[in-house]
Design a protein around this ligand. Structure first.
Ligand SMILES: C[S@@+](CC[C@H](N)C(=O)[O-])C[C@H]1O[C@@H](n2cnc3c(N)ncnc32)[C@H](O)[C@@H]1O
Length: 270
């Protein structure tokens, strides 16, 4: 079994994605999407960015490695009657079903960064984008003090050492790596723009309950708890994460959680 696929199919990312809808919608609004624009949402999950893009009139394909999330996305599209949006299973490292130059915009918010073989991912994203089109990536930043970067850092510290040759997803959050990876696809540095932006997680319960959702449904955190359990360190992991979730919460309402997270936004002009 493909470990990357298993990582995301074991959980239920829809439960986390529900806390990211507002930022997903705001991001899509910033992309100048007009009627009929062809959009690929890569690592789409259940459609946090794909649905808002389709609502703006784009023709959207969501591709995700997790079968359960593809099904959830198609359910959400059907419930809203969005006939210009569909989801299918696929791997960002080899988009075998997709033809060259078939999209005006490729968007991947914290999606393609999780695929192994980052150079292949960069080449595939460029290959399927039309000349004149663009790629927009959102990537968590290694060492960043804010929320998700710290969740991933703490989780990785409890997980078993990765297999030889494993490239950490957060290496996509370093500008030099992004430039180097896209250079293999023939993209010049001048055609890549970087910006630091914020995704805000909002949850209708206290931070400790959001952590419970991460523990139950978010693949990287689930793996960390499983590994910590084997070493009798579950309580340590829980208290480290609980401290983080509560310290980063900015909501004044004790029944709600609001946590901002900084990410690197990459825009590639193809
Ligand atoms: C953190 S979630 C983000 C989902 C969505 N973009 C969002 O903003 O809600 C990461 C997503 O990337 C998907 N993914 C991971 N590796 C992938 C790969 N190799 N190809 C396609 N999708 C992948 C996962 O299944 C998961 O849905």
């Amino acid at each position: 079994m493909n470990a990357n696929k298993q990582l995301w199919e074991q959980g239920d990312f829809t439960k986390i994605a529900e806390s990211m809808r507002e930022s997903g919608e705001a991001l899509v609004k910033s992309l100048d999407i007009t009627n009929g624009v062809e959009v690929l949402d890569l690592g789409s999950g259940d459609g946090t960015t794909a649905l808002p893009a389709a609502r703006l009139g784009a023709e959207v394909l969501g591709v995700d490695i997790a079968r359960n999330l593809v099904a959830a996305g198609n359910r959400r599209a059907a419930e809203e009657g969005l006939t210009n949006l569909r989801f299918e299973e696929g791997d960002a490292s080899h988009l075998d079903n997709l033809e060259d130059e078939s999209f005006d915009l490729v968007v991947t918010m914290f999606g393609a960064m999780f695929a192994p073989n980052p150079v292949d991912v960069a080449k595939e994203m460029v290959r399927v984008t039309r000349p004149g089109g663009k790629i927009v990536m959102g990537n968590w930043i290694p060492g960043d003090p804010t929320f998700v970067a710290q969740v991933l850092k703490i989780s990785a510290a409890y997980a078993p050492p990765p297999p030889a040759g494993f490239v950490s997803p957060v290496t996509w959050g370093v500008e030099e790596n992004v430039v180097e990876r896209f250079s293999h696809a023939g993209v010049l540095p001048a055609h890549i723009a970087f910006e630091r932006d914020t995704y805000t997680f909002t949850y209708p319960a206290p931070p400790t309950e959001l952590l419970a959702a991460f523990r139950a449904y978010y693949g990287p955190t689930m793996n960390a708890f499983a590994a910590a359990g084997e070493n009798g360190r579950e309580a340590d992991l829980h208290s480290e994460l609980d401290e983080l979730f509560n310290a980063q919460n900015q909501s004044a309402d004790p029944g709600h959680t609001t946590i901002p997270a900084t990410y690197l936004q990459v825009t590639v002009s193809v």
